[in-house]
Design a protein around this ligand. Structure first.
Ligand code: FES
Length: 144
């Protein structure tokens, strides 16, 4: 109360129309992130690095999900094995350097990001997180 009175006296001296100092309690803090929506990735074995040479791709089944693994310039990338256009499987398509071309209607995707390269405004492929440990290529299908 002493602090409040001191502040009020100073304000009255400098502001003729000042009447009263009213304190408000802060609103309840809201969490910055919706942590409950985040899931920790659980990785499962998909292929070995020797199964794919750079420039090759392969569809595999991991925990009941079909995943397309692509070896691009010495790195491994993975996507849900379904074209963003119609959901049809991508195996049988072409991998040309960094571009995956769907075998059905020729949609083209960046093999590193899954984004459409022929129509960038259209949805891309669902990216599946990849982990390479020793020669094992592991994918996390529970978060994709
Ligand atoms: S299903 Fe892929 S382009 Fe049509």
């Amino acid at each position: 109360m002493t602090l409040r009175r001191g502040i009020e006296e100073v304000l009255r001296e400098h502001y003729v129309n000042f009447r009263e100092l009213v304190a408000h309690e802060p609103e309840e803090a809201k969490p910055l992130l919706q942590i409950q929506k985040l899931r920790r990735p659980v990785f499962a074995d998909a292929v070995t690095t020797s199964d794919l040479s750079s420039g090759e791709m392969k569809a595999v089944s991991v925990d009941g999900a079909s995943v397309l693994i692509a070896a691009v310039r010495g790195e491994m990338y993975a996507f849900r094995n379904g074209c963003a256009l119609d959901g049809l499987p991508l195996e049988g398509g072409r991998l040309t350097d960094t571009v995956i071309v769907c075998p059905w209607h020729n949609c083209a995707y960046d093999a590193r990001s899954g984004k459409r390269v022929d129509h960038p405004e259209e949805p891309g492929l669902a990216v599946v997180p990849v982990s390479v440990q020793n020669d094992k290529v592991r994918v996390a299908v529970n978060v994709a």
